[in-house]
Design a protein around this ligand. Sequence first.
Ligand code: ZN
Length: 720
Amino acid sequence: MEEDPLAYHKSVLKDEMLARRLRQAGDLRRVSQSRKQLTKEFTNRPLPSCPETRQIARPVPEDFYRPCYLPPAHLKKILLKDLKFETHHRGSFLLLRVFCQPFRKSAVVAAIEDETRDVDRLVVYQTRESLRAFEVLPESSVVTIKEPFYHMEEDGRYALRVDHPSDMVVLDHFHKLYPEQWQNHEETQMTAMSWKLEGDRAVMGEEYLEAHRCYTSGLACVDPEAYEGMRNPMRDLCRSRSLADLHLSRYDASVLDAFKSISNRQDDRAKSEDAEAWFCRGRANYQLGHYANALHAYERMLMLAPTDLQCHQELDRTKKRLLEQREGAYDFAEMIEEVTKNGYFADRASFISKTEARQTQDRGRGLFATKDLRMGDLILCEKAFMTAHPNDRTPRSTVPVWLDSVQKVVDSPSQSKDLLGLYAGQPHTSPISAPIMDGVPVVDTFRVSRILDLNGFSYTVGRESHAYGTSAMMTRESPKSTGLWIRVANANHACLSNAVRSFVGDMIILRAARDIKNGEEITISYQKPAPLLADRQKVLFDSWRFQCNCLLCTSEASSVAKMHDLAEHVETSMAFVADRTLDTILAADSELIAMAEIVAEDLEEMYADNLMHRLPCLGMGDIWQWLCQTYCQNLNRSQLKRCAIKVLQSHGYWMTLQGSQLSIDLAHGIPTVAVVDALMYLAGVAEGEQQIELRREFEAWARRFYEIVNGNMTGFELKY
Ligand SMILES: [Zn+2]
């Protein structure tokens, strides 16, 4: 790695800053910048380069603090002059106004003033990356900062720091806290109807946040008495806001507003307006994954507008989702085609009804089967809560997936329980629920960050229809995408797992690696298990802080004496295979083959215990596979057959042949691509020996394993 020439300098500076912070903590704030200086700083900024590259660092646990959980009425107003350095002002709030156009660095930075015209800077972290600074904090907006935190920023200057979205509320001008002196008097004169027109104008320009603000202001000045016998604009405003919310991904609010706008009157105009509202309600429910509600809404709409083509299309789409949700009826080939076309997103419902998440006896929560499952069965197919993909702007996908997850629950609070209920690690004690304060759910962003660390997967998006194109466990390319699947997140790890995961777009697929009984725990391997026990345990402990005690690990741990020898032999074998790629296989002479045979035999001796118990020998598969490839090239059928069987055994699979009837002991196997390859080698050998029945048997088994490893059958014909 290249060394940063300023690293030493930076670390000294950091230490100095920390010392200063500790020295000053608790001291009363001293004014450091005048209004004039701040105005200059904010107005003379160069335009941001486009597209902006941003590196947002994720917080370290030492910096975690909880959001404000107190209702506004329990907070006491303070002024900027009351702030203390490095202090969370618990039980207090600030009322501030943004007085210049804000900008974005790693956070949104704004110049703010309080009612005494005292000034400072406000730094808002953890906002969705796609939002521009003025959308987060419009100039002239009035905000309350709850339990403000006055903190030294990286540039050594103090500023108000906001990390949790609910700690900052942008006030509407009719909010009871909105100070008279900051009121825009033109706006206070506006009527509900003029707000509606203003909002419609914003919609035309696709400024949905502004439209939302206008409709909300309009609703605030609707006087129910004033419309005696006249058309009440309340329903119009609600219907329009419902649509704006749909564009802003605020689906809960959209559902609610659409409902409020429905009049159930029978005149033509009312009918067409109600139809519009039902449509909105259908769309929002669909986005929330509430397909039964969406279906109901579309059916209601069709009662009012029976010939609406778009609604018929939406209705059909919803019916497909319901079928997937209820029966796991997926067309995987079609799904792959769709994902290949539009990138990462599969418009599909989750099928999770054969599983449940509940407490285990000793490992926290786990995933359990609620039905008997056969080897190869689809256990579940789940849509991601959130995914993010590396790109030029953000080469690391872990930060966007975090920020977008936070924003998703802020936008649609009904989804917060799913996310916040996941395991967040021991030290995290903030509540699982997200109480609504000032209309916004209180979401602890740091908790979400921990949840993603512990529950997210990094994976490679499988989009191509070639073999193993959908299985991330098999590809090693970087950079990797990150995703969170709520149900699967409950699954515990076992190197010798009974389920295998794969991906199509943002869908995760779990298939049974062997038969699983109703009530049995479903386990997956969090990553491709390393050959050596010590390496496996180290990776698991470093990333997830636990020790694996699956059958393979406990069994290998009991033969500790041989551990060192085994490590040496596995290393030799890995080096052998790594140095001799496909080109050398083509040119492999008998001497090289003999060498490989010796390496393999030595390993077998080392693995005697595993072999005796029919357990996988993870360090042995590669060398046997190399030999398979070599004998296949040399058309040496009998040796190929012997080595293919060894490949199966190194994966824990032991086969029995009775005539042309093939059975495989599946109890302790780990299915991988190598297993499918080995079975296809055996099918080839059988074909060469004119044993057509047996050939069919081997291929049928290969197909079963292929489906488990790859998630679906796409690509099999192409590869084999
Ligand atoms: Zn294990």
